[in-house]
Design a binder for this molecule. Structure first.
Ligand code: GLN
Length: 483
């Protein structure tokens, strides 16, 4: 089995033609994890026994010549803020170090019934706060293209696992860029669905009005297959939308796409972006021109306020969502418990020990912007700005069908390069967080197929679609990959 070019469809065909069994396939992936993850540290926890017994079940079905779904046996990595029943789920936080999930997230339930296999839980920035996976409470994940660099974040473990062939595809979550930015840094595809398209039930909440679960994969087609499987409203997420994606979901047809106008937002092509990134995106645009797509400059005038707006709204929601973690209800921190004298003291000690620096910073910021004296000046104002940012897109989408931009201003940066300067870390999301504020779907696609072991760092470009028009960006992406 050749892992490098394996996709979901070729995996499925391999199973059906008995080129390999599900068990053999899983074992190849665990071997790859064994030899690669010592250096990369993408996984927090492996689920080997469950994976093997699931693979055996699929092999029994195949032996009986029963039909199996497209995702049967497909080995996936799951970000460790998504619950899998009976398994440790930490969100890479010490405060949840011993937490065992008591139910499956809806996305897990769906993938389970499609017979996909979960290889393990991947590392992330604690509670998904960060852009480098350096904020994990447990370890730093490294970029498979250059071990001295970050894989991006917060879904860095998932992206690195896919890149290093330690999973065929993965799930991440994206609140301000956390699926797309690591996708771009690791040379893989990352899709953030429209807000409400995928149930957030069983995703440990960071900022509830921005969070979405999305696939990370080697090809746009694989991302589309996974998205189709996990999309849909359930009764447990009141913000879900039951959009009826048609059969076109996997890709809008070429005759539709060829009538598209692609918007180039002038505010996204400004100073401060790496030359290599600009060159990469220009190269992608050149390629897209061969599909006869028309390009048009547009303006998203409130872009410059997006980061400030995001870093008021996200911390506000974080401070509310993280109030529930006191180190008692979900799991206890025994070493701290022994030292605490009163209940209040235990709360202080648990939260003091259990949360990392970045998480504390955001809880404090969020509490501040929601406090009575400052609510109007910060939180209420940020909500108004959010509406302006959203309206920029509404106006732009009157003129164009899809918008193109770089995914990130730079390629993967060095480990430690930005940890002392939170603001420069926050700027990594300058092109991705406006899309969460507006609730739109967006995908990061590698400009080209990069080679592990080469001396080039991957660059990604971003396609942004109208709400629930995932098929448009997935369609363009799939044609792009074929050029
Ligand atoms: N880097 C951004 C942040 O730290 C986005 C994180 C995310 O999308 N989860 O908030």
């Amino acid at each position: 089995m050749e892992l490098e070019n394996l996709t979901i469809t070729s995996f499925h065909n391999g199973l059906l033609s008995r080129e390999f069994s599900a068990l053999e396939a899983i074992q190849v992936f665990f071997k790859s994890i064994e030899s690669n993850d010592k250096k990369i540290d993408a996984y927090l926890n492996l689920l080997k026994d469950d994976a093997i017994s699931q693979a055996e079940k699929i092999d029994i079905l195949l032996a009986k010549n029963e039909s199996v779904p497209l995702l049967a046996g497909v080995p996936l990595a799951i970000k460790d803020n998504i619950l899998i029943e009976g398994k440790k789920t930490t969100a890479a936080s010490r405060i949840l170090e011993n937490y065992i999930a008591s139910y499956d997230a809806t996305v897990i339930k769906k993938l389970r019934s499609a017979q996909a296999i979960f290889l393990g839980k991947t590392n992330l920035d604690e509670f998904a706060m960060g852009a480098s996976t350096e904020n994990s409470g447990f370890k730093i994940t490294r970029n498979p293209y250059d071990l001295n660099r970050v894989p991006g974040g917060s879904s860095g473990g998932s992206a690195a696992a896919v890149t290093a062939n330690m999973a065929l595809a993965a799930l991440g979550s994206d609140t301000g860029g956390s699926v797309r930015q690591p996708g771009a840094f690791c040379g893989v595809v990352g899709l953030k669905p429209t807000y409400g398209a995928v149930s957030r039930f069983g995703l440990i909440a960071m900022a509830s009005s921005l969070d979405q679960i999305g696939p990370i994969a080697k090809t746009v087609e694989d991302a589309a297959i996974l998205f189709k499987e996990i999309a849909g409203k359930d009764e447990f997420d009141s913000t879900g939308v039951n959009h009826n994606y048609s059969d076109e979901l996997l890709a809008s047809p070429i005759n539709k796409i060829q009538k598209f106008k692609i918007g180039i937002p002038k505010e996204y092509f400004v100073g401060g972006i790496d030359k290599k990134v600009i060159e990469g995106v220009e190269q992608a645009m050149e390629k897209l021109k061969s599909l006869k797509l028309e390009f048009k400059e547009i303006s998203l005038p409130h872009t410059k306020y997006a980061i400030s707006c995001y870093y008021i709204i996200a911390p506000a929601e974080i401070s509310a969502n993280l109030a529930r973690f006191e180190g008692i209800r979900y799991s206890s921190i025994l070493e701290v418990e022994k030292k605490a004298k009163t209940l209040k003291d235990l709360y202080f000690k648990n939260r003091g020990f259990g949360f990392g620096e970045e998480v504390k910073r955001r809880i404090i910021l969020g509490t501040f912007v929601l406090s009575r004296g400052y609510y109007d000046a910060y939180y209420a104002k940020a909500q108004k700005v959010r509406m302006l940012i959203r309206n920029d897109f509404v106006e732009a989408f009157k003129e164009v069908d899809v918008i193109i931009s770089p995914t990130t201003p730079t390629s993967a940066f060095k480990i430690g390069e930005k940890t002392k300067d939170p603001l420069s870390m926050y700027l990594s999301d300058v092109f991705t967080c406006p899309i969460n504020l507006a609730g739109l779907p967006a995908i990061s696609i590698p400009v080209k197929k990069y080679k592990l072991g080469g001396n080039e760092l991957p660059v990604g470009f971003q396609l942004i679609g109208k709400p629930f028009h995932e098929a448009d960006i997935l369609g363009i992406g799939q044609f792009y990959e074929k050029i």
